[in-house]
Design a protein around this ligand. Structure first.
Ligand code: DGY
Length: 324
């Protein structure tokens, strides 16, 4: 017994982060990198002082009911925490922290990557070359959609959306409109070249590209349902780097099949890691395996932020990123 707090880490983390954790805590790493599952998570809650968890751990009310519970903190590795039932955590006096800020740029880059890929048909082009189907340059081959001068509609205008607006407007010459119930100041919006719209529906009807940047909450589940998808223009593209269940995936498939949407760029899915076979078969859809924050720099920074939260918690100090 070292007397140091015991921390269960549910997935492999970058080496530098695991080393840092081992310096301060009695750390139990997940060498196999397999999700712990409900039983493993309950065991972690019973035997550790804190659990450093990720988006792949479903911390449901049933899992959080593990007794006798030793854990007092869930230090989430990631900004989104919709996989944690925060009401149940709160009711049980379990603190929850996350890792905001450090993944803003990486995630905004992936939103722009998806936007450019789907507009310029680059996934399709890559598959074409690799399949040795390319017969040579010709003026009418694989024509995509120009991005500069087009209108990007942002759903939500938090940190990541603002970083996307910055790139899209100042980097790619796009017009940017947005809807957020808690909008940034008019000065900040102006500096990003972004114009507010009072209603989400106005953004959907006006944009050539709609990019989702709202948190996953019970209120935003299936925000993009059949009716709202129908408000988008048939030439428009949907980009999702937020969370899969913000979109009704079955309704999106229908809209794409019916050519009521030009295409979609998706980094997140309703039933990860499962992806609809129909989407997989569509050329006008770009599919990425939840890569939003996946750069070495960002994942190390996320880990260090989680370590900071753990240190503060066990030093009895206020958490930097407390969500519950
Ligand atoms: C986040 O931080 O929310 C990423 O999507 C990984 O969970």
């Amino acid at each position: 017994m070292s007397g140091r707090p015991v921390v269960v880490v549910t997935r492999r983390l970058p080496e530098a982060v695991e080393r840092e954790l081992a310096g301060d805590f009695d750390v139990r790493l997940n060498q196999d990198d397999r999700p712990l599952g409900p039983e493993g998570l309950m065991e972690a809650l019973r035997s550790a002082d804190a659990v450093l968890c990720t988006v792949t751990d479903r911390l449901t009310p049933e899992v959080l009911a593990a007794e006798p519970r030793r854990a007092r903190l869930l230090a989430n590795f990631g900004v989104g925490f919709n996989h944690i039932d925060t009401a149940a955590a709160k009711a049980r006096g379990l603190a929850v922290s996350n890792t905001p800020d450090v993944l803003t740029d990486a995630t905004a880059d992936i939103a722009m990557t998806l936007l450019l890929m789907v507009a310029r048909r680059t996934g399709e082009g890559e598959r074409h070359v690799r399949a040795k189907a390319w017969t040579g340059w010709r003026p009418t081959h694989m024509l995509g959609t120009q991005v500069s001068g087009k209108t990007l509609g942002l759903v939500g205008m938090g940190r990541i959306a603002r970083a996307v607006a910055q790139r899209a407007h100042h980097g790619f010459g796009m017009r940017v409109i947005f809807h957020d119930p808690y909008p940034p100041s008019p000065e900040l919006a102006r500096s990003l070249g972004a114009e507010p719209r009072d209603r989400l529906e106005d953004v959907l009807g006006e944009a050539d590209f709609v990019s989702l940047h709202c948190p996953a909450t019970p209120e935003t589940r299936h925000l993009m349902d059949r009716e709202r998808l129908a408000l988008m223009r048939p030439e428009a593209f949907l980009i999702n780097t937020a969370r899969g269940d913000v979109v009704d995936e079955a309704a999106l498939v229908e809209a794409l099949q019916g050519r009521r949407l030009a295409g979609a760029g998706l980094d997140v899915f309703e039933r990860e890691p499962q992806v609809s076979e129909t989407l997989v078969g569509m050329e006008n859809v770009v599919l990425l395996p939840h890569l939003g924050s996946a750069t070495t720099e960002t994942r190390v920074a996320m880990g260090m932020r989680a370590v900071e939260n753990l240190r503060l918690f066990f030093a009895g100090q206020p958490l930097r990123d407390r969500v519950v």
